[in-house]
Design a binder for this molecule. Structure first.
Ligand SMILES: C[S@@+](CC[C@H](N)C(=O)[O-])C[C@H]1O[C@@H](n2cnc3c(N)ncnc32)[C@H](O)[C@@H]1O
Length: 393
């Protein structure tokens, strides 16, 4: 069976009697025999049983867990193939929704490996990551896409008494890391040992901690303090490139509304190039972190509010509104507020291009999509981050 193209998840596409088949780990131009794992009326999903012909420039996969683990999906592509897959994915999505030619900038990229600053491990009979599409666990000793400080900890963690631990989260800052053990029963103090400078063991009732409960990271001249559970981008290098791009779209007299602001990452990063920023975020701990970060950076022109964007009424005028929602995209209420706002510019930062185009389509009676820039925030996975610039017509 010949592979024709790739779907948006990086799976090979082929057809039998007009019915579409999505095949994991198969690349355009390859000839494969398959085993069907899901058969639906309109499509099937399959895995490769045998390669009759492989293309020459397949990546030699270095991760021993890749074909089982659900973490990465496109590690079998060379890095430049991954980048063109993501670039094409965005062009295809944009072409479906928008008549006018939208300018799609070349994807911004960095290192293919060791980029992740955060990892969550599942703990059952094994310690590792979920298998593809199951809740079974692949036992791992290291993860090729994670920072070495995270990898140094995995084997040390496995030596602890993890009897009641459900999952483990690790996050890395400037030469420092922090570990959170999530426990189903009261805290097991044996878990706290000298291998870890900063460790928290948390159950429903108690929290035991040694060292700090947050990491510090300096990105250019802005310092961030991040609690282990708050949202923060997982790839520092691409995060800086993306925030620099957002910054380049603003000017000195801009008054900015930063919706879905997390711990104030974008608000604080842009503080020197705008007159004022107001950040809104639903998570209480993130807003506590955001206000600490404001103090740490001695910042007078930034303020934050803890609120659901559903409840926000945009009464004041903002030159630019930045939105950076989770995968689900924007809610209806905030879309209506954006349409009433008369802001000159909206910058939409997104980790899901499908919900992003859905939302931009709802804004198109008033806002033109001027440009879109993809960022390779998550190499070896099919995910891609985008920044869209929209202008008031
Ligand atoms: C993709 S993160 C972006 C955070 C931040 N802009 C950054 O770059 O680090 C999305 C954020 O939206 C917050 N959030 C989710 N739903 C929300 C809502 N309905 N109203 C306000 N904030 C929300 C989440 O807690 C999370 O911090």
């Amino acid at each position: 069976m010949l592979i024709e193209s790739l779907d948006h998840k990086g799976r090979g596409i082929s057809r039998v009697n007009g019915k579409i088949i999505f095949i994991e780990n198969a690349l355009p131009g390859e000839d494969v025999d398959i085993s069907v794992i899901k058969d639906k009326k309109k499509y099937s999903e399959a895995i490769v049983k045998n390669f009759n012909e492989k293309i020459n420039d397949r990546e030699n996969v270095k991760c021993p867990y890749y074909y089982k683990c659900g973490g990465c999906q496109i590690m079998h592509m060379k890095h430049d193939q991954q980048l063109s897959f993501k670039q094409n994915k965005i062009s295809n999505i944009i072409e479906k929704y928008f008549d006018k030619k939208t300018h799609i900038n070349p994807i911004v990229y960095g290192n293919q490996y060791n980029y992740r600053n955060k990892l969550r491990l599942q703990v059952k009979d094994k310690v590792g990551l979920y298998e593809k599409e199951t809740n079974k666990i692949v036992d791992i000793d290291s993860c090729l896409i994670c920072n070495s400080l995270i990898n140094d900890k995995i084997n040390k963690l496995k030596k602890l008494n993890l009897k009641y631990i459900k999952d483990i989260t690790m996050r890395v800052g400037d030469n420092q890391s922090i570990v959170l053990l999530n426990s189903s029963k009261d805290v097991d103090t044996e878990c706290i040992n000298n291998d870890f400078d900063n460790i928290i063991v948390k159950s429903n009732k108690t929290i035991i901690k040694k060292g700090s409960s947050y990491i510090k990271i300096k990105l250019n001249n802005v310092v961030f303090q991040v609690s282990i559970e708050s949202f923060f981008q997982v790839n520092y290098d691409i995060m800086i490139k993306m925030y620099d791009y957002v910054k380049s779209q603003l000017s000195g007299n801009n008054k900015v509304l930063d919706l879905y602001c997390g711990i104030g990452s974008i608000s604080l990063y842009i503080k020197d190039v705008v007159s004022k920023v107001f950040g809104v975020e639903i998570n209480k701990q993130a807003i506590i972190d955001a206000n600490i970060n404001k103090e740490l950076n001695n910042c007078q022109n930034v303020s934050f509010r803890c609120s659901d964007t559903k409840d926000i009424i945009i009464n004041d005028y903002y030159d630019t509104i930045i939105v950076d929602p989770p995968r689900a995209g924007l809610n209806k209420q905030i879309i209506n507020e954006l349409l009433k706002s008369d802001s000159k510019q909206i910058i939409y930062v997104s980790c899901d291009p499908l919900t992003m185009v859905r939302d931009i389509n709802l804004l198109k009676n008033k806002y033109d999509l001027i440009s879109i820039t993809p960022f390779d925030m998550f190499p070896n996975t099919y995910h891609v981050e985008c920044v869209c610039v929209l202008k008031l017509r």
